[in-house]
Design a protein around this ligand. Structure first.
Ligand code: HEM
Length: 202
């Protein structure tokens, strides 16, 4: 069986990337418990010696492949949103805009919250996130980043179900649209509460 580039991209978008987004937001919900609980949860998730290898090959590589194929699709796209104003057409366009936004957000986020602390021999802390999120530009970047990731993943699940032939009939695609909407709201709630847990501006 031959796997197309689109299928590879779609699979990587769901596992490991989508699964990681959910797990990562779940860990970050510990922000609600305050500095001690969050810092302990973050340190515990880093203790395994294979953590760095997993980060590079289990996340960095899949995202590079997904984003590489994604950028190719974006360069080839031919939107017709002015001519056809349907919701699905709009989602097609927003999926690509959100993909570009996620790429920019991830670059800044990984640099500030992972690479720079690691280079200084530490990890990100609750206090560090509280201070960063209390600056208006950083808060805006995180709020937009969370909106973009929540939309891209939730709408991506809808696209992925089609890519793998799981939703062939129009009825199945409409049903999946409700699932995708539910996932969008759930991801927005998780990221909203995680940000609120760092008590920005308080
Ligand atoms: C947190 C990181 C990301 C996750 C979880 C994710 C997830 C997904 C999923 C599940 C799909 C659906 C695939 C399909 O339609 O079969 C998708 C589509 C797409 N992704 Fe991502 N993605 C991420 C980052 C990115 C980045 C950084 C880009 C770079 C620009 C990107 C560009 C795209 C594009 C263009 C599509 C549309 C493919 C199509 O409809 O033909 N994604 N993504």
């Amino acid at each position: 069986m031959k796997v197309t580039g689109k299928q590879l991209m779609s699979l990587l978008g769901v596992v490991p990337l989508g699964a990681y987004v959910v797990a990562h937001l779940w860990t970050n919900l510990h922000s609600l418990g305050g500095a001690e609980e969050f810092d302990a949860a973050l340190t515990a998730s880093r203790h395994h010696p294979a953590f760095l290898l997993l980060e590079i090959f289990g996340l960095g590589l899949p995202i590079a492949i997904h984003a590489g194929i994604g950028l190719k699709l974006i360069l080839k796209m031919n939107p017709n949103n002015l001519k056809y104003r349907g919701l699905r057409n709009l989602k097609y366009f927003l999926q690509r805009v959100a993909g570009l936004g996620v790429l920019l957000f991830l670059g800044a986020h990984v640099l500030k919250a992972r690479i720079l602390p690691a280079a200084a021999g530490t990890v990100e802390t609750w206090q560090g996130m509280h201070e960063a999120l209390s600056e208006v530009p950083t808060f805006a970047v995180y709020a937009l980043g969370m909106l973009g990731i929540s939309f891209h993943l939730a709408n991506g699940l809808w696209g992925s179900a089609m890519t793998f032939g799981l939703t062939v009939s129009p009825r199945a695609q409409t049903r999946m649209e409700w699932v995708s909407g539910g996932v969008f709201v759930a991801l927005l709630c998780m990221s909203g509460f995680a940000i609120y847990g760092f008590r920005p501006f308080q």
